[in-house]
Design a protein around this ligand. Structure first.
Ligand code: AMP
Length: 283
């Protein structure tokens, strides 16, 4: 695999690959790779002749400066993990900030209210930053297929919206959330948890999983309160939001009858570390 940091050089490589009828699969990441990322990359590898993995911690999507500062950056370790999956035909694109933002990006995206709830409401500017970097990367890589995880469910919906409204000829492939053996959703931020925080964080996925038994059996507000209380009674955890939305439109649901397939999304603070997870509820 090749490691490229310059836009002009990856564009030249990919243009040649396209001329030779290669299909290009793209997996954007912020590095600190784990099995969740690797599963996306393996799928991209199976479905394309050439795979590009970008590793870039995008500053414009961080509303919290200390979250950006502490985000794990372990490029050498990432490279060694990727050596097992990628071959000489594939590319790691790891640009510097000056390459991606030679000047500030002032673009404001109309995300059709998809950014007004959940992560969007709690992380102002986050999804505009995601839209800035993803469109820049799409313009550079021009992949046939791009792979995103359902772990970031709202992000996935926003990317599908961007591709549709900006007419990108890219197929967006969504991939299931990969979990640790005890159920905790894999995340680069898990590495920042202390052992004790890590042990207690499992309550997030356990509670979501248990909540399935109560769908439609109790009023929706009671259901939400139950989940939040379960988590907040643990001294290590504090729920930031727990929202139920239609999985297609992402419109907030106030009654069970309003949707056939609900996506229940949660954000929880574990000390200073913020983790997100979600579960589909079939009504
Ligand atoms: P990140 O590096 O956190 O920006 O994630 C890069 C991509 O990997 C995004 O599309 C994420 O949704 C996806 N991803 C992260 N964690 C997981 C996971 N546990 N399971 C599946 N996909 C994931």
């Amino acid at each position: 695999m090749q490691i490229i940091s310059k836009i002009e050089s990856i564009k030249a490589q990919l243009s040649l690959a396209r001329k030779n009828n290669n299909t290009i699969g793209f997996v954007p990441t912020m590095g600190a790779l784990h099995k969740g990322h690797l599963t996306l990359i393996e799928q991209a590898k199976r479905e394309n002749n050439k795979v590009v993995v970008s590793i870039y911690v995008n500053p414009t999507q961080f509303n919290d400066k200390s979250d950006f500062a502490r985000y794990p950056r372990i490029l050498d370790k990432d490279k060694s993990l990727l050596e097992y999956i990628l071959d000489e035909n594939d590319i790691i694109f790891a640009p510097k900030d000056t390459e991606m933002y030679p000047e500030p990006d002032t673009r404001i995206f109309d995300l059709h209210e998809l950014d007004k709830t959940m992560e969007g409401a709690h992380r102002p500017g986050h999804f505009n930053g995601v839209a800035q970097i993803v469109t820049k990367l799409f313009d550079i890589v021009m992949p046939d297929k791009a792979y995103f995880g359902e772990k970031d469910f709202q992000q996935l919906a926003i990317i599908k919206h961007l591709v549709k409204t900006l007419h990108y000829p890219i197929e967006i492939i969504s991939c299931k959330t990969i979990r640790e053996d005890d159920g905790l959703a894999m995340s680069s931020r898990n590495a920042l948890l202390t052992d004790e925080q890590r042990k207690n964080a499992v309550l997030i996925s356990q509670t979501l999983s248990k909540s399935k038994d109560f769908v439609k059996k109790i009023p929706l507000q009671e259901f939400k309160d139950w989940v939040i209380n379960q988590i907040n009674t643990n001294p290590f955890l504090e729920t930031e939001y727990f929202e139920l939305s239609d999985s297609q439109t992402l419109h907030t649901i106030y009654q069970w009858e309003s949707s056939k397939e609900i996506i229940a999304c949660i954000a929880v603070k574990v000390g200073k570390i913020r983790l997100i997870d979600n579960i589909k509820l079939f009504v």
